[in-house]
Design a protein. Structure first.
Length: 169
């Protein structure tokens, strides 16, 4: 075997092993380890307490609604148990929303194009306590301050796809 072929063979073997390690890390990662960071980031963005109090998991499954070769691509199904979102400071009630379970599917092929596409969200036992005060303030409206963003951070090329179908059970 020539030197070029040996280098090529070792390079391909190394890439395959690296891909296998990446797949194993993703498959066996304990997603509950990111709950504190995720809870803090969502709470910071919404200016309200948010918590995933139960289990957080990601299961990779083929999407039954896809056809052709796309049906063979596994999709991440994110499942979160026991979620709560608090009310703003002016509200007397502590919680605005609670959910027993949220399951959402993320399109992996859209991620390759730097788009976040969530074609389906399933909500189990959603409960919302909506309030509107006489002065017009409502607990379901959120104000995002653009000044809290990092000013020197370049605008990303990532976009989100707003078409989301939901089903409450």
């Amino acid at each position: 075997m020539t030197r070029t072929r040996k280098i090529l063979a070792w390079s391909i073997t190394g890439l395959i092993l690296l891909l296998a390690v990446l797949v194993l890390v993703i498959a066996f990662f304990d997603w509950n380890r990111i709950k504190p960071t995720l809870n803090a980031k969502v709470s910071e963005e919404l200016h309200r307490p948010f918590a995933i109090n139960g289990d957080l998991s990601v299961v990779w499954q083929r999407e039954p609604d896809e056809g052709g070769w796309r049906a063979w691509v596994p999709w991440p199904h994110v499942v979160a148990q026991d979620l709560t979102l608090g009310n703003p400071d002016w509200s007397k009630a502590p919680q605005m929303v609670s959910l027993k379970r949220v399951e959402l599917r993320i399109s992996p092929l859209a991620l390759l194009a730097q788009r976040v596409s969530i074609p389906r969200i399933d909500l189990t036992e959603p409960a919302a306590a909506l309030q509107r005060l006489a002065d017009g303030r409502a607990n379901w409206t959120f104000k995002f301050d653009p000044r809290t963003r990092t000013p020197n951070r370049p605008t990303g090329r990532w976009t989100s796809v707003p078409s989301v179908s939901t089903r409450a059970t």
